[in-house]
Design a protein around this ligand. Sequence first.
Ligand code: IPM
Ligand code: MN
Length: 365
Amino acid sequence: MRKNIAVLPGDGIGPEVIKEAVKVMTAIAEKFSHDFTFNYGDIGAVSIDNHGIPLTASTITLCEEADAILFGAIGDPKYDNDPNAKVRPEQGLLGLRKSLGLFANIRPVTVYESLIHRSPLRADIIKGVDFVVYRELTGGIYFGDKGRDETSAYDHCVYTAEEIDRISIMAFKAAASRNKKVTLVDKANVLETSRLWRERVQEIAKSFPEVTVELMFVDNAAMQIIQNPSNFDVVLTENMFGDILSDAASVIPGSMGLLPSASIGLKTSLFEPIHGSYPQAAGKNIANPLATILSASMLLEQFDLFDEAQLIREIVNLSLTTSYVTPDIDPESTIGTTDIGDYIVKAIQENNNSPIAPLRSDSSL
Ligand code: IPM
Ligand code: MN
């Protein structure tokens, strides 16, 4: 298969984790005789440094012309502490989501048996947890009208029925092929937009009679995700709630450095780790590249390369089972970002098509 992949390393640890994911994809291409071309573009703080703006027309074109986008991370502390900054790295990612119409952000939360003891949550709470967040990504308070004067400011939250329907249908389809439950998270006791979400979701649910619908207020959901995470199968929610809840969910597996995501939309899809640019770790070869490598695995699934994607997941699982991990997972570890990439590449090269290890087994719980 011949594919053209746009690679946007971005800021902080982005370039380091992306390098490992590209190494892994190159090894997959060699093993399975695919032809992947990687074309690089700037975004975020690095784009501000090089071009004065966080997202250039040439990066947008690069992405539009690609078959998929692999994205690192965005953000630089020099902008975070300046509330008056007119140009910010994050505008690059938000602009890209909007211009590519990336309306559905899919964030799976997987618990690895070998890491259960590393989770801050008790083993009996996280046993069997397997859910996925469907976060709306191009509407809501992120993209509504904004403004301010000396003493007041506003951010409008707007949703149309069409915006709600298209991601809701995707979430219901996902639930139908999983454990048949959608939890809509909203704040319908306060927000008009949430009431529209409830109305539309209950309407769409009629076409999926096999799927159970649960309606949950976001404050309660924040608690349930930590206290009772095995309650969830597909969590469907709007942009800002999804941003917050998916970070909360990321503590469950034991490290944020493990969680991949896919953003699907009208044009090219984008794959990125859910962690940010982690500037304190940049250049130290300590960042965990697994979230990006697992994002590359989701990218391969989008190309229908299921064996390739599965092989990556199995090897990642093996690396965790054998405690070949970066310091975010084991603070005593001296294994670096590049070591993990090398390990996975070697395992791909040496694989002889026999199954490596089950992705998950609850036998020891
Ligand atoms: C994310 C990030 C972004 C968001 C930032 C960088 C704009 O936190 O992808 O979750 O808030 O959507
Ligand atoms: Mn976020």
